[in-house]
Design a protein around this ligand. Sequence first.
Ligand code: GLU
Length: 494
Amino acid sequence: MTIRTRIAPSPTGDPHVGTAYIALFNLAFARQHGGEFILRIEDTDQQRSTPESEQMILDSLRWLGLSWSEGPDVGGPHGPYRQSERKGMYREYAERLVEAGHAFICYRTAAELDQLREERKEAGLHTALKASDLELPADEVAKRQAAGAPYVIRMRVPEQGICVIEDMLRGPIELDWAQVDCQILLKSDGMPTYHLANVVDDHLMQITHVIRGEEWLPSAPKHKLLYEYFGWQMPTLCHMPLLRNPDKTKLSKRKNPTSINFYKRMGYLPEALLNYLGRMGWSMPDEREKFSLAEMIEHFDIQRVSLGGPIFDLEKLSWLNGVWLRELSPEDFAARYLQWGLNAAYLTPAIEHVQPRVSTFSDVVPLAGHLLSGLIEVQPEAFVHKKLSQDDVRRILQFAAWQLDTQRYWDKDSLFNCLSGLAKALGFKVGEFFFPLFIAIAGTSSTFSVVDAMAILGADLSRARVRHALNVMGGTSKKEAKAWEKEFKALQES
Ligand code: GLU
């Protein structure tokens, strides 16, 4: 048997370090066994999936040095590797389960579902809905069908009892069927849900080992049951511990930058970031801290993964990156530095802003050095402005930070429009509103346009700088943040 593993990202946002971490362990496991590692795009959520996000995920995994033998960009014998392109197949599988009595057509409306959950709650039962709650009498089904009402296909699940999941790292785990609902398999728009598409594709793509984040463990009983219903052999499951912030909470972008783009723009070496991810819950048999991907594969043993939540700590990552940088030869250091920051692809968009403003090359760094920096080290005094109080500054930075978090398009016009719109809505003159942003992004207001700078720096580093500036200004109190957030939401809706 050839070992086959996969990474199956959903392209709904920035390329997450957690995706790279899981991809790395899948790749190491497959390669160590002489097997194959593949990439599949799970874009069944058509509302949230974007081609830009998919491209960023592929680019950033490649930048890290991870590669796959089959995928949407490289093809392969089990394609297509993008679920939206496989859409037509899933219905047949869902219908097969309906015919066998393992799934049923459900015409319940959203209001009815709420009501049913409420009734279960009142009866002291878990709110997971069962077929006995959901199924309508035959004549009512016929009536809704005749009226062309929308429907979904749901799987049947046991009302109660224990489901035992075998996990490579955790041994047998017992999960309670009472907490598992009759999962929707096919949505009313004909798209499969994650659960159906994931099981069907893992089977058709001959995946032997599913190594994924621990957040998917509660879904495992549904998947196990689906494999049984279809009469297919289930891959071996392995749920990896989740990455955590230093305060032990689940890694989140509010506390730690989570996008791989951030680490790239900050000037981390891809091999160092990969090395650090390899140390998340895992260590080399000789405990050495610095190792390459090839060394990790050579010594890989999944049983060495420890389940205590690994902490993703920027300071430790920076230390490790420093070790990698110091071991480069001066020639390599120069080459890698040029490749990172002083390359034409990155700097060309800045030239049109820099060229009209300089008389010598030596004027460039004072004007545009912020494009080659990480966070900007500023003091509160830098934000002093005759028209703005300290509270105004904090308010502007906080609202701008939220606005940038929700910003989908990162070109200068979109950025200018959304930020100037926000300025007006908050009652600031546009020029005044942009002042604290200049300081946050460039450290000075005497440079070229801040939205141009943000477009070049990218979303992640720009957001991090605005948040950093807000912290320099003392942040926001809990009470304030709550009131402001309410105000921000109201502005967004209006
Ligand atoms: N599409 C899921 C995700 O984004 C895949 C989960 C799995 O590996 O089964 O994480």
